[in-house]
Design a protein around this ligand. Structure first.
Ligand SMILES: [Zn+2]
Length: 692
């Protein structure tokens, strides 16, 4: 379980910028906040988001091959070009390649060679289809599921809603009751739309999306060799089966409470829960170490799965598996598969008009498969030791701010304060990149078969997860690659994790002043630290155990404050045509609100040491406080297409960027002071919420 900073648009959208003549030669300039960026036509007290961002939006429309675009856009382009240059150099080198260069270079070659993808990879895909055609007995489903998990499914990749791998997910996780132990976890999954509501809601928009989804499934099955009539009939079977799985799945809000997913079952109990599937055989096939018990996130889901295995004939399961196989393989196959996959999952669901050029898709594919190999060159180029030192100073200032904040709280008893402080001091700060790079020597990469490289990379990564089961924990392991523009808090490891990718302008600049860096990167650092103390994170102790360290009275006080936030963010989102559920976004909203407060306290303390105050004026005519708030808002200058907005509001625990700015600052008297906002203005909330 990881609490992320961003919506993870990077994975969802088909990434691309407008075509450049020779992108490898052009490193875009990394921008950071400037005072001239504000729009003086807009009242900052009425809409600070537009005040800070509208000039940027006017000058930077969303490119046609993007679902969303913001100030991180130039950084994304920059990161991609840096990665591309490393990949090309490794691919072109004729002699004396290191093991890392061989892997990233050959992976790149196999992805960029489209003619081989159309022939060699296509043959490998036909062999996969044949495996499914050859299934004769329902009891063979277990072998096929294990095979798909080991080659293409991504069974360890947990989303907020479910895993997207066929039938269910399997991964390794810290035992909720004893974070020193790593256990195996069976999770709900097996459906391809972004959340269970997509299958179950019956408003006109949801019905329309499902209609298009069924047409898409049929198109994909046709590409896999079925006749139109067969594909149409089979697509209806797939929707029915996925709907059944979605109906059994736990709702995304209920899933946010770790107590609801902490279900420990022995293998015998799992076998009793879903007797039609040979769970021991599955574990053997994926080489999972023997364990006395496993986590089962939602037993109801596995009850539903049992019904589905019993009720659906083998022929239906073969159709389902075939669809899952085509769907998972499509990005690594020829043009027709790629285009059809894009048309539904990026265009219909997210609103992206155009597919990204191949080189950008290959950069992200290589980053996914070989992140810590490719990331080494990125770090050498983009994240010098001086930057790491300065970021660490900001981190320490913000941790000090939370310590100060906890000590001053009027709603918490000394007993709970002591526990909170212990947890804070136990956080491990991971900045930039791993101390020890992942060893990829067991992973074979060849230059001429892209799909098989993806299969082997999937098997390598799945095995890396499965082999953690029963072994000592490693808090130093990362789940994001160094060039990733994102960050996360891990409640069971009690770590904050900041890849070098987000420690760049506009988030962090080694030549920027403190107000700018604290407003941008500092508020993000504060956000991640606050996750350790949000409605989810507060349930874990300093060691990462799911253990209640709150007195009943303090917990009640916390819940009241949390409810203020969830009520405030339960709001109509007219631009997306849906309503936000503040209970789904409560953790992220709490982190946004706490994050900026902690950054502000950290900045004030840092300035004091320099003989300055928040009201000191800089050369740009802004006070430190004004620059701080503008730099914070600048983080979130991001526009989204309506389709992706709807998908995000319905399924994602993050609020949309506009509300991450306006709702947050409207809770802060310091904001009103900075911009002279009188009582009664839209961004001066009368009932201001504050947790941290
Ligand atoms: Zn977050």
């Amino acid at each position: 379980m990881h609490r992320l900073l961003f919506v993870m648009l990077v994975c969802l959208s088909a990434l691309a910028v407008s075509q450049q003549k020779n992108p490898a030669d052009e490193l875009p300039k990394l921008q950071r906040l400037s005072a001239g960026q504000v729009n003086p036509q807009i009242d900052p007290c009425a809409d600070f988001y537009q005040y800070a961002c509208s000039k940027f939006f006017a000058a930077n429309p969303i490119p046609p091959d993007q679902a969303a675009w913001g100030v991180a856009g130039p950084l994304l382009k920059w990161n991609e070009v840096v990665m591309r240059q490393s990949l090309e150099a490794a691919a072109a080198k004729k002699q004396g390649r290191t093991a890392v260069e061989q892997k990233i270079g050959d992976y790149w070659s196999s992805c960029m060679d489209e003619s081989k993808v159309e022939t060699v990879s296509a043959r490998a895909f036909q062999a996969e289809l044949k495996r499914i055609d050859d299934l004769k007995l329902k009891s063979q489903l277990v072998d096929q599921i294990a095979h798909q998990h080991l080659t293409i499914g991504g069974a360890w990749l947990v989303d907020d809603n479910a895993t997207f791998s066929p039938m269910f997910g399997f991964s390794a996780l810290q035992d909720y009751d004893d974070a020193q132990k790593t256990v195996g976890q069976f999770d709900q999954g097996g459906f391809a739309l972004p959340g269970r509501d997509f299958y179950l809601n019956d408003d006109p928009k949801s019905v329309e999306v499902r209609k298009k989804y069924v047409a898409h499934i049929a198109n994909m099955l046709k590409l896999a060799g079925e006749s139109q009539a067969q594909a149409t009939a089979d697509a209806a079977v797939v929707l029915q089966m996925e709907t059944d799985l979605a109906r059994s799945a736990m709702d995304v809000v209920k899933r946010r409470d770790p107590k609801n997913i902490n279900n420990k079952l022995t293998l015998a109990e799992i076998q009793k829960l879903a007797p039609s599937f040979d769970w021991q055989r599955y574990l053997t096939l994926v080489h999972a170490p023997a364990q006395p018990s496993f986590l089962v996130t939602s037993p109801d889901f596995f009850r539903g799965l049992e019904q589905a295995i019993q009720n659906q004939p083998l022929e239906h399961w073969k159709i389902y598996l075939k669809w899952q196989l085509v769907h998972d393989s499509a990005p690594y196959l020829g043009k027709t598969f790629v285009n059809e996959n894009f048309a539904f999952f990026a265009h219909t669901l997210l609103g992206t008009p155009e597919l990204a050029p191949r080189w950008r898709r290959c950069v992200h594919s290589a980053d996914n498969a070989l992140g810590e190999a490719l990331g080494q060159a990125y770090v050498a180029r983009a994240f010098p030791p001086e930057s790491k030192e300065r970021v660490l100073r900001i981190v320490k200032a913000i941790e000090g701010a939370l310590d100060q904040d906890i000590r001053g709280l009027d709603w918490m008893t000394p007993e709970t304060k002591k526990q909170a402080s212990t947890k804070l001091h136990a956080i491990l700060d991971k900045i930039g990149y791993p101390d020890k790079w992942r060893d990829y020597s067991a992973l074979e990469i060849k230059p001429d078969n892209y799909l098989e490289n993806v299969h082997r990379a999937t098997a390598f990564e799945f095995d890396r997860w499965v082999q953690k089961i029963g072994k000592p924990i490693n808090r130093y392991d990362w789940t994001m690659s160094p060039p990733t523009i994102n960050a996360y808090y891990d409640p069971q490891f009690n770590t904050i994790n900041f890849p070098a990718g987000i420690l760049q302008p506009p988030f962090f600049s080694s030549d920027a002043d403190d107000a700018t860096n604290f407003g941008a990167e500092g508020s993000v650092i504060g956000h991640e630290i606050t996750h350790g103390f949000d409605d989810q994170g507060r349930k874990f102790d300093d060691k990462g155990n799911l253990h209640d360290w709150w007195t009943a009275e303090d917990a009640k006080n916390y819940d009241e404050r949390g409810k203020c936030i969830s009520d405030e963010y339960t709001q109509e989102i007219p631009e997306a045509g849906v309503k936000q559920n503040g209970l789904l976004t409560q953790g992220e909203d709490t982190a946004d609100n706490g994050g900026i407060y902690l950054a502000l306290i950290g900045l004030e303390n840092t300035l004091r040491q320099q003989g300055k105050t928040l009201d000191s004026k800089g050369d740009d005519g802004l006070t430190e406080l004004q620059r701080f708030f503008l730099s914070f808002a600048n983080n979130w200058c991001e526009e989204l297409r309506p389709e992706i907005m709807r998908t995000v509001v319905l399924t994602n625990p993050h609020s949309l960027p506009k509300y991450r700015v306006n709702n947050t600052i409207a809770n802060m008297p310091e904001f009103a002071r900075a911009f002279g906002c009188a009582k009664g203005k839209p961004l001066v909330h009368e009932n201001a919420c504050r947790v941290w």
